[in-house]
Design a protein around this ligand. Structure first.
Ligand SMILES: [Zn+2]
Length: 80
């Protein structure tokens, strides 16, 4: 569940001004990691990946993403 590879980019379905905050969301999911209601950004069947370093990236999603990335690295080092 902590694998960051499964998290893609999502934007809030309700546009606020012209700024689109990018959240981390599961493919076909509608709830971002931070709990915001979002739509996944799909290009055909491809889900645009969440970029935690992006300037418009959600702070909370970024923190959770980084936390999960750390955890999955630890797991990868330790092995099964
Ligand atoms: Zn978010």
């Amino acid at each position: 569940m902590s694998d960051t590879a499964f998290w893609g980019c999502g934007v809030e379905s309700v546009r606020r001004d012209s700024v689109l905050v990018q959240h981390a969301v599961r493919t076909h999911g509608t709830t971002a990691w931070c709990g915001a209601s979002v739509q996944p950004v799909m290009i055909g069947n491809w889900h645009l990946p969440f970029v935690p370093t992006g300037s418009a990236s959600c702070q909370e999603c970024t923190e959770r993403w980084e936390q999960a990335a750390k955890t999955s690295r630890k797991t990868a080092v330790k092995g099964p």
